[in-house]
Design a protein around this ligand. Structure first.
Ligand SMILES: [Zn+2]
Ligand SMILES: [Zn+2]
Length: 369
């Protein structure tokens, strides 16, 4: 165990992350110490860093990370789904826990539990023991019941790629009232959330068109490898041209389901215009407030559209993500290719800048040998 452990600390938007060695203490009762394997840079981390999602520091960012259980405190040794944990096992780390008891939890909306924010671990100050609360650190000390054991046959470098984007889409699709089998689906956005949406929808029988950007040449290539029938590049097409293409591929009536994964407010009016009557618009990617945008509200009534939001996910959704990955080993090489950038924890600031600039498809912080 490296002692002390490097951690990247967020103080306030616009200020550089502070890299500080923090003491690695013994895990308290019902806690475990986890040695970092990798920690994903999420769009949400960029939003916090640039100030479009208002959070107050100091804290160690990072909410999509996995590592190896290195030491456990006394007491509870069961993970979030009741699996017994052992030293040396790979785990993903949850940073929130639904209460199980509020009206949302009782009616199946536990990803939007009314008390979720109260359980958030990683926004605690590093001054507060056991200090290492978030994913941008070489070590994390977490409540044991927040850990999620990986299936033993699932490689860490495959599981880590869509560790947040994957279950985010699994949850969003749960809210879709229809079936994916035989459906025409449009995915807006070619970041990790959009790419996983293509992978999931195509492997559940949908015909998928991605609307994305070729800002990185691998994006269209991965979309096709993941099962997209078409990739419409926003750099070389305009909204009317894309609408014509979607109409032509859906017998002139529009898509059954459009999944918004871009985070751009401008995607919303375009997405509504791509739907067939009674079509479903699933907004899963608007994680920061980009402001208001005019939408053709008459179309919602006139075409009897269904507009749905989805936020967060639960451990059950992440387990479904793990189980899905185990069914597509032939795509593991392509999934690994999604990670275009890797950084040590001490370069967390550079990692955020790279993602913010749009240069990376997926960037990870990784433990150094
Ligand atoms: Zn995330
Ligand atoms: Zn609840």
């Amino acid at each position: 165990m490296k002692q002390p452990a490097d951690a990247a600390i967020f103080h306030r938007a616009g200020a550089a992350l502070e890299i500080r060695p923090l003491p690695v203490v013994l895990p308290p009762p019902a806690h475990a110490r986890v040695q970092l394997v990798s920690s994903g840079i999420c769009g949400t981390d960029v939003h916090i860093w640039e100030g479009s999602l208002a959070l107050t520091g100091p804290f160690i960012p990072g909410h999509e990370f996995l590592g190896r259980v290195e030491r456990m405190g006394d007491g509870d040794r069961l993970d979030c789904l009741g699996n017994a944990l052992n030293i040396g096992e790979l785990v993903a780390v949850n940073v929130v826990e639904p209460c199980g008891d509020c009206v949302l939890c009782r009616e199946g909306g536990d990803a939007s539990c009314l008390h979720l924010i109260e359980t958030l671990t990683y926004t605690r100050s590093p001054a507060e023991p056991p200090h290492l609360h978030g994913g941008f650190a070489e070590v994390t000390i977490s409540p044991t019941r927040f850990l999620h054991r990986l299936p033993s046959s699932l490689p860490a470098d495959v599981a880590s790629v869509f560790l947040c984007a994957g279950p985010t889409i699994v949850r969003a699709i749960r809210y879709h009232p229809g079936t994916l089998e035989g459906a025409s689906v449009v995915v807006q956005g070619s970041g990790p959330v959009g790419l996983f949406a293509v992978l999931w929808a195509a492997h559940h029988g949908a015909r998928v068109t991605m609307i994305g950007s070729s800002s990185h040449p691998l994006r269209p290539e991965l979309a096709v490898l993941f099962g997209a029938a078409d990739f419409l590049d926003i750099r070389s097409t305009d909204v009317p041209a894309r609408q014509r293409t979607i109409m032509e591929s859906t017998n002139g009536i529009g898509a059954d389901l459009v999944i918004e994964c871009s985070g751009s407010e401008h995607a919303c009016p375009e997405g509504i215009g791509l739907l067939r009557p009674r079509g479903v618009y699933l907004l899963a990617g608007q994680y920061s407030d980009r402001g208001a945008v005019p939408i053709p509200v008459h179309a919602i009534t006139f075409s009897a559209l269904q507009i749905l939001g989805s936020a967060q996910f639960t451990a059950v959704d992440r387990q479904a993500y793990f189980d899905f990955l185990l069914t597509i080993p032939e795509l593991w090489p392509a999934i690994r290719q999604t990670v275009t950038h890797r950084f040590p924890v001490r370069q967390a600031e550079e990692a955020l800048r790279t993602v913010h600039a749009g240069d990376a498809i997926k960037a990870l912080l990784e433990a150094q040998a």
